[in-house]
Write a protein that binds this ligand. Structure first.
Ligand SMILES: Nc1ncnc2c1ncn2[C@@H]1O[C@H](COP(=O)(O)OP(=O)(O)O)[C@@H](O)[C@H]1O
Ligand SMILES: [Mg+2]
Length: 244
């Protein structure tokens, strides 16, 4: 099956820092690629290049086989690249419905249809009962749902999730994983995540990067057991070990 989104030879530096070093990957419809790596590895920068917020120094980006490397961020959104942000960016004073409506409106549908899209997306993301609550008053899991809802309102072909599970309780992570799993069949998902057990529950493959370079790639089980990944995460593993 042809990939929905792919990158070939993606390379980018900020001064002396390399955030992407000849990275290549492809994701098909109904598939989820996980990306892991320590803080500063370049994960969000890869999303910024996919979304068109920054330009690669080398490499190409394809959406549905079309080269979008030079395409504007706005046009990529309209072509079907949806994204959530590491720090959620809702309009806090607007209701959940209004936030999703604003996103639906962005995709230039005919009047009336936006409201319908917004309502159905709120149902799909489990927010229907919170439609009239100001986004700024929503508890964390619902703000995460709203991030997803705003991205889904653009009817994306590709969904980029940047550390969406961060800060949630274990019970909340289970709910978020179920929601993303339910959205997955219609999308190509690329998911950056530190909560690796959540990622492993949804991702078909995981790409591990450090200093912008691929250090491992494979099934979640393969990557989580890979020596290069264990070495990079050693500090984290020690941090979460029981004390005393
Ligand atoms: N726009 C930018 N200008 C300069 N440096 C940046 C920019 N964006 C990211 N960086 C740097 O690139 C490195 C990787 O950042 P980022 O892609 O956010 O990593 P990650 O998401 O893996 O934690 C960091 O050292 C960060 O400070
Ligand atoms: Mg990041």
């Amino acid at each position: 099956m042809a990939p929905v989104v792919s990158v070939e030879g993606l390379t980018r530096r900020f001064g002396a820092i390399t955030v992407a070093d000849d990275l290549s990957f492809a994701v098909g419809s109904g598939e989820c690629l996980g990306i892991i790596g320590p803080n500063g590895a370049g994960k969000t920068s890869v999303f910024n290049m996919l979304a068109g917020a920054i330009r690669p120094h080398a490499g190409r980006i394809f959406l549905d086989g079309r080269d979008i490397t030079e395409t504007s961020q706005h046009a990529r959104t309209l072509l079907g690249l949806g994204r959530t942000y590491q720090v959620p960016q809702p309009f806090g004073l607007l209701t959940a419905f209004e936030n999703v409506l604003a996103a639906a409106t962005f995709s230039r549908r005919s009047r009336g249809e936006e409201a319908e899209v917004a309502r159905s997306v709120l149902v799909r993301t489990g927010l229907a009962a919170r439609a009239d609550v100001p986004a700024g008053s929503l508890p964390l899991l619902d703000r995460k749902r709203l991030e997803l809802a705003r991205a889904m309102a653009l009817k994306p072909r590709v969904l980029l999730l940047d550390e969406i599970a961060g800060g949630l309780t274990e019970a909340e992570v289970v709910q978020l994983v179920a929601l993303i799993g339910a959205l997955k069949p219609d999308l190509a998902i690329v998911w950056i995540e530190h909560v690796t057990h959540a990622l492993s529950a949804v991702a078909d493959r995981i790409l591990a990067i450090n200093f912008g370079s691929r250090i491992a790639e494979g099934t979640p089980a393969e990557v989580m057991a890979h020596p290069a990944v264990l070495e990079v995460y050693m500090g984290t593993v020690l941090d979460v070990a029981p004390r005393g």
